[in-house]
Write a protein that binds this ligand. Structure first.
Ligand code: FAD
Ligand code: MLT
Ligand code: ZN
Length: 457
């Protein structure tokens, strides 16, 4: 997209000349996504430090009819954070302040560019904990996590990002500043605009700050790795654990091929050796100390082939490793096609079997990796070893099975550019028409991430 000298001058006036990057080598770092699958180009990267500057950028974009892509940590996995049609990049990397930490109410205010790890540290220092965790914690930002309504490893207990957000400060595509950062736990004064921005993927406006609710810190953490012969047994175990263990926070699944890969790529010895076909990583927290109650329930679980338990942080990390390292290990094999789907629990095991065969029917050279958040019915299907000519057929094979099984094509990563062609199939025309009407109301000029989420007209 060509932009005028006048437009770039307006941006420089808004944020200061040193925060409008146009050098080709420098901006190249903002144009490809984490997977390497989505690569674009941009006339510039603008780095505001606060809401006033963001509003000025939006104004300049509207005047010049220039579209922008908001970018936080650029760890998104659906091609939504990069300028694929030559858009301007608005980076939140300077908006990192964490302020107004309130140890009494368990709340803090975080800038959109603050990383998840920084929020977690601030919460811990205040005697609390942040309810969301995911492996990209050192890079993923508050703005990106709100925009994608990120889920992660503790959704069964604390919910996705939307549940942590008490209010936001944001600039809509129409240039309006909305701000509710008082942290009112109860507030039924009209539409929940913060909730609407959760999962909006930068298509309605720019999140600048958020008031986040914290959760009580755990006292006593027990982590267990359980081995099973098949996914059916693991699903049944997940159900029993959920109804029997009060402080259950995580029930994560990995399969043998992924566990072998993690061992190979990271040079680590598997905790469960021999590696069983299916492993569940289970974590429960107190108070009261959950060790005895979790052990008692594990004794009741049918079909357990092997168990490892950890009650100290170092050993717990060793158990988590096989799960946490999956995304990076798969990316080392090749650029993955990533699917992030939810299935009804009763269809999960069948789907996992069928989807591997379905992909193999398209191309026998590819490898399909399955892992995910078993308790949420959320499976990550990753395919490596594909060619561009095969990508669409693989996509169809996977997503058609999801639709047929009554599932969702995006459990937690969003639609981005990768899944937009499938949104109507999954949500239906009325839902998508309402979404488009909301988009028109908040972003009438279509300048906010126009290539993302909503299907092409
Ligand atoms: P980006 O990638 O920069 O952007 C993501 C989207 O948000 C884009 O559409 C972008 O335009 C928009 N956006 C960014 N900032 C703003 C803003 N301030 N205002 C408006 N829109 C904005 N996701 C999960 O849900 N669960 C997981 O368990 C999980 N694990 C991961 C593990 C790894 C190793 C990796 C690489 C990714 C993982 N992800 C996971 C995906 C990713 O981390 C999340 O989607 C995260 O929320 C993205 O945050 P980000 O700051 O990197 O956003
Ligand atoms: C995860 O649960 O590890 C993620 O959502 C990342 C991925 O899907 O690779
Ligand atoms: Zn996930």
């Amino acid at each position: 997209m060509d932009v005028s000298v006048r437009f770039l001058d307006d941006l420089r006036d808004a944020v200061g000349p040193q925060h409008v990057l146009t050098d080709a080598d420098v901006v190249a770092g903002y144009t490809s996504d984490w997977t390497g699958r989505f690569v674009g180009s941009t006339p510039g990267v603008v780095r505001p430090s606060n809401v006033v500057e963001v509003a000025a950028i939006i104004e300049a974009c509207r005047r010049a009819d220039v579209a922008l892509v908001p970018q936080g940590g650029n760890t998104g996995l659906v091609g939504g954070s990069v300028p694929l049609a030559g858009e301007l990049v608005l980076s939140t990397e300077r908006m990192t302040a964490i302020t107004d930490v309130d140890a009494d109410s368990g709340q803090l205010t975080a800038g959109a560019g603050a990383t998840l790890a920084a929020v977690q540290t601030a919460a811990t220092e205040a005697g609390w904990r942040y309810g969301v965790d995911l492996a990209a914690r050192d890079s993923a930002t508050v703005g990106g996590m709100i925009a994608t309504n990120a889920g992660g490893l503790r959704v069964i207990r604390h919910g996705s990002t939307r549940r942590q957000v008490l209010g936001v400060e944001a600039v809509t595509g129409s240039g309006r500043v909305i701000r509710r950062l008082d942290g009112l736990v109860k507030d039924n004064t009209g539409y929940d605009l913060a909730g609407l921005l959760c999962g909006s993927e930068g298509t309605l406006g720019i999140v600048c700050r958020a008031r986040l609710a914290l959760v009580a810190p755990p006292i006593g953490v027990v982590t267990a790795l359980l081995g099973f012969a098949d996914i059916e047994s693991a699903v049944r175990a997940g159900g029993l654990l959920r109804r029997s263990v009060a402080g259950l926070e995580a029930v994560e699944m990995v399969l043998a091929p992924g566990a072998f890969l993690v061992s190979e790529v990271t040079g680590s010895s598997p905790v469960l050796d021999p590696i069983p076909p299916v492993q569940l990583l289970v974590e429960a927290v107190g108070p009261p100390d959950p060790t005895d109650s979790l052990s008692a329930v594990i004794d009741e679980v049918d079909g357990v082939l092997a168990v490892a338990v950890a009650t100290d942080a170092r050993r717990s990390q060793a158990l988590w490793h096989v799960r946490d390292a999956h995304t990076e290990a798969i990316a080392r094999v090749g650029i993955p096609l990533k699917f992030d789907v939810t299935l009804p629990s009763r269809r999960l095991a069948g789907f996992c079997r069928e989807v591997v065969d379905a992909v193999a029917e398209v191309t026998s050279r590819s490898q399909t990796w399955l892992f995910g958040h078993l308790a949420d019915g959320n499976v990550h299907v990753n395919v490596t070893g594909w060619t561009t000519a095969e990508a669409e057929r693989i996509e169809r094979a996977v997503l058609a099975r999801v639709a047929e099984a009554g599932g969702s094509i995006s459990a937690e990563h969003g639609i981005g550019t990768a899944k937009r062609a499938w949104l109507t199939t999954n949500r239906g025309t009325p839902d998508v028409e309402v979404m488009a009407a909301i988009k028109r109301a908040l972003d009438p000029d279509g300048i906010c991430n126009p290539g993302v989420l909503l299907p092409l007209d």
